[in-house]
Design a protein around this ligand. Structure first.
Ligand SMILES: NC(=O)c1ccc[n+]([C@@H]2O[C@H](COP(=O)([O-])OP(=O)(O)OC[C@H]3O[C@@H](n4cnc5c(N)ncnc54)[C@H](OP(=O)(O)O)[C@@H]3O)[C@@H](O)[C@H]2O)c1
Length: 210
């Protein structure tokens, strides 16, 4: 069995813990924190988001504001809802990996024709991608370090299942009243060795998790 990757959970939030407004992409990080996020991307083998983020934000997940390699992009997408026009399907270095549980064959063929690789995984009890199984698969594919960038459902799943090792949160000096980064945890998650620093107008919190 391959070793699971070291997982860093990284996201930007407002002071009230919101990462977005419903159905919208919001720029929360200042320029200095954005650069830090790109440096963090370059320091990881893989970068993972949920299909909700792809549908709303259409991210590239590349390293553009720092120097270093682009991590392998991975999307959690049980039934392949990923838009065929997603920017991640035009990645400069890596074919997109899509983690699915129940891929519709025509949809899978269409994504594969665009260069994507569909990783078939067992479902968790809620029918979504079984994250421990995914991490083992990614370890077997050579991903030793994984950055998880969101969105809210994915952040919550990794925390709920205690699968992340490190937390890096950019706290932006604004109140948004939007979609909370973390929803409904069964029990509170204590942070170990928390360290805060100012970066431009933002505050960066780094801490160890489980
Ligand atoms: N501020 C930030 O740093 C930041 C970063 C990223 C995103 N965002 C924001 O976050 C919002 C999107 O968040 P979201 O919660 O709607 O979507 P999301 O977390 O990006 O994606 C959630 C989807 O991923 C799929 N998934 C498959 N397996 C999963 C699992 N084990 N656990 C959780 N999800 C799994 C599910 O869809 P299926 O059931 O179809 O598989 C689920 O609905 C956007 O507004 C975006 O702007 C903010």
């Amino acid at each position: 069995m391959a070793a699971r990757p070291f997982v860093t959970l990284a996201f930007a939030q407002s002071l009230d813990g919101s990462i977005a407004l419903p159905g919208q992409r919001i720029e929360l990080s200042g320029p200095e924190s954005m650069k830090m996020t790109h440096e963090l991307r370059a320091a990881h083998d893989g970068i993972l988001v949920g299909v909700g983020t792809v549908i709303i934000d259409d991210p590239k997940l590349t390293v553009r504001l720092a120097s270093g390699p682009n991590p392998q992009p991975i999307v959690l997408d049980s039934t392949l809802r990923l838009p065929l026009t997603a920017s991640l399907l035009n990645h400069p270095d890596h074919p997109l990996w899509v983690a699915a549980t129940d891929p519709e064959p025509n949809r899978q063929s269409a994504l594969e024709a665009l260069g994507a690789r569909v990783l078939r995984l067992p479902p968790a009890s809620d029918g979504r991608v079984n994250l421990p199984a995914l991490l083992e698969r990614l370890g077997g594919l050579g991903i030793q370090t994984l950055m998880v960038e969101g969105g809210a459902s994915v952040i919550t799943s990794f925390l709920q299942q205690r699968l992340a090792h490190r937390l890096v949160v950019t706290i932006s000096p604004q109140l948004l009243g939007g979609v909370k980064a973390v929803a409904a945890l069964a029990e509170s998650v204590p942070l170990r060795n928390p360290a805060f620093r100012a970066l431009g107008q933002d505050i960066i919190l780094e801490a160890d998790l489980f």
